[in-house]
Design a protein around this ligand. Structure first.
Ligand code: GUE
Length: 308
């Protein structure tokens, strides 16, 4: 007879790994196909990434965006202003790119220099080019149910849940983190899908008062090992948005990978690759919309009035 040893490492076999690499490949392929169609009419989707940091994980992300964009037929330029860039210079760069017809998507990387304020600067990004949902106008439109690009990371959470056929309507969803780039927009997207949404953050005294009730738990805090078995149920679906670089060059999430749950998104290989792929998709969509607008402006007589 076998004895149960509570301290023994548990098998993770029962956990369904909700991976994102296959989905990311599909999204990239679709973006590349759409970019190829645009190329037939002489348009190359353009993405600009504005950087004002020497943070290593940000640099890795920027390189991976540039690589993936190149493969998808998107013209990606990195505007590196240096870690000491003054807010005025960052704002001027964003304004210039907003006015540049060859640019369809603009991303302002975080972190920023201490004296720079992300939301303030992001308001200089033309909302139509705001492919990472950074302009407060985009978040407002999202909350109001109007068309807007959600931040790529927030959109990636929903894409992953849909891809793995996780039901959301009427379910209890708990979001940990209330940032403008992940927690708040994820909560809005879940509300749009008819979920009951609870948002917890650093002033929530006891996470365990909320998290075990979650059918779907989205963790976007940035603290490795934050979520353990006491926070979850066997039936929970957990989306791990945290990506903290480790000393040995790896990456860890906020969720202890040995938690006993029904489904968990891995780190790496979960939300991250889908985020990058969606940034490309948003850029191609923005390029398609801008060519439509240009066509309508050239042929006003074709306007029906029902088009927006
Ligand atoms: N305005 C802004 N928007 C962002 O979305 C943003 C940002 N600033 N600043 C930096 C962070 C970081 N970030 C990541 C995205 C993908 C992976 C990713 O794909 N990681 C791979 C593996 C990476 C590895 O193995 O080192 C994975 O998770 O499988 C990681 C990190 C987006 N960020």
């Amino acid at each position: 007879m076998t004895t149960i040893q509570p301290t023994a490492p548990r098998s993770t076999e029962a956990i369904r790994e909700l991976g994102g690499t296959g989905l990311a490949r599909e999204i990239r392929a679709r973006a590349a196909a759409n970019a190829a169609e645009l190329a037939e009419s002489g348009i190359t989707p353009g993405l600009a990434v504005v950087v004002a940091t020497d943070d290593e994980s940000s640099a890795w992300y920027v390189r991976s965006i540039a690589r993936a964009a190149g493969k998808a037929g998107i013209d990606c330029r990195t505007v590196d202003l240096g870690a000491g860039a003054e807010p005025e210079r960052i704002r001027a760069a964003l304004e210039k790119l907003s006015a540049d017809k060859s640019v369809h998507g603009i991303v302002l990387q975080t972190p920023l220099p201490v004296e720079a304020h992300f939301e303030d600067l992001a308001s200089a990004i033309d909302p139509r080019k705001d492919v990472d949902g950074a302009n407060p106008v985009s978040l407002g439109n999202l909350a109001a149910g109007l068309p807007a690009h959600p931040p790529a990371t927030a959109a990636a959470v929903l894409e992953l849940l849909d891809h793995h056929e996780i039901e959301l309507a009427g379910r209890n969803c708990v979001v940990l983190g209330r940032s403008n780039v992940v927690g708040k927009p994820v909560a809005q997207l879940l509300l749009q899908r008819d979920a009951t949404v609870t948002v917890c953050h650093r002033h929530t005294p006891e996470l365990t008062a909320f998290t075990p009730d979650a059918d779907v738990l989205v963790v976007a805090v940035g603290k490795p090992g934050l979520i353990t078995d006491e926070h979850v149920r066997d039936g929970s679906i957990v989306v791990d948005v945290g990506t903290t670089p480790t000393a040995d060059g790896g990456l860890v999430g906020d969720v202890d990978p040995s938690v006993r749950v029904a489904g968990l998104t891995p780190v790496p290989g979960g939300v991250g690759p889908v985020t990058t792929a969606l940034l490309l998709q948003h850029t191609v969509r923005s390029a398609i919309r801008s060519t439509r607008r240009a066509r309508h402006a050239a042929e006003p007589q074709l306007r029906t009035g029902s088009e927006r």
